[in-house]
Design a protein around this ligand. Structure first.
Ligand SMILES: Cc1cc2nc3c(=O)[nH]c(=O)nc-3n(C[C@H](O)[C@H](O)[C@H](O)COP(=O)(O)O)c2cc1C
Length: 225
């Protein structure tokens, strides 16, 4: 990871301990802590996505899945490559088939304004409950290696994508993601039509970001009146 003005460039891959360890150790800990868990899944084939969904559907405490179909450097990370919206839709459909219909499946798409509407439509038709609009944006380190840019620098890009989906597909719920760090940056997404926001990079600077946001975004009793 390298800090750049307005954000970070990273090429960490998708660091995680793997499904077995997650099910044995991390999921029980999260459930005991009272966390509502939505698990992000990524695979190198559609079959691997389906297998992850099937096994996670049987694990107690998994409230929903997020299907990562928008990583900035899929080939570099060894992931199934989503070049066209139908690739993303095929993955979502495979996951949806394996995961109970009463639990949400989110499709996480890259913030590419020229393709976001098609991608969101295809994923929604394939059974995604909502579309997460935003991920790290394909970028490069100063030495030219491929990476993904995240943080405040990408917020205006993801915001444009959320707006495009709202205008073209008003029935598709969106979750804004990219550069959320304070109440103002979260509210910009909500004002553009997002139902919720996600926070990534800001947590690396300040792990209390989400708690602060929750406090600042919860209407006061005065505002509720
Ligand atoms: C160090 C790092 C690791 C990340 N790992 C993942 C990941 O494993 N899966 C994923 O879907 N997104 C991953 N992301 C992308 C974030 O979840 C988020 O979509 C993106 O960074 C934009 O939001 P942000 O500006 O709030 O970070 C990662 C981002 C960073 C900075």
């Amino acid at each position: 990871m390298v800090e750049v003005p307005g954000g970070l460039v990273n090429a960490v891959g998708l660091p995680n301990p793997g499904l077995e360890h997650f099910l044995a150790t991390e999921l029980p800990w999260l459930v005991r802590a009272g966390v509502r868990v939505t698990v992000s899944v990524a695979g190198s084939t559609i079959g691997e996505y389906a297998d992850l969904a099937r096994r996670l559907s049987r694990a107690p405490g998994v409230a929903g899945l997020e299907v990562n179909v928008g990583a900035p450097d899929e080939a570099g990370a060894g992931l199934f490559e989503v070049r066209e919206p139908f690739h993303a839709a095929s993955v979502v459909a495979a996951v949806r088939r394996e995961f109970p219909a009463d639990r949400p499946v989110l499709a996480k798409l890259r913030p590419d304004v020229s393709r976001i509407v098609e991608g969101a439509r295809a994923c929604h038709e394939a059974g995604a409950t909502a579309v997460v609009v935003g991920n790290a944006v394909p970028a490069a380190f100063p030495d030219g290696r491929a990476g993904g840019l995240s943080g405040p620098a990408v917020a205006p890009i993801a915001l444009r994508c959320v707006t495009a989906v709202r205008d073209a597909l008003p029935g598709v719920p969106t979750i804004g993601c990219g550069g959320v760090r304070d109440a103002a940056s979260a509210r910009a997404y909500l004002a553009a039509g997002a139902s919720a926001v996600q926070v990534g990079t800001a947590l690396l600077h300040d792990p209390t970001t989400v708690a602060r946001l929750r406090d600042h975004l919860t209407p006061t009793s005065e505002e509720m009146r």
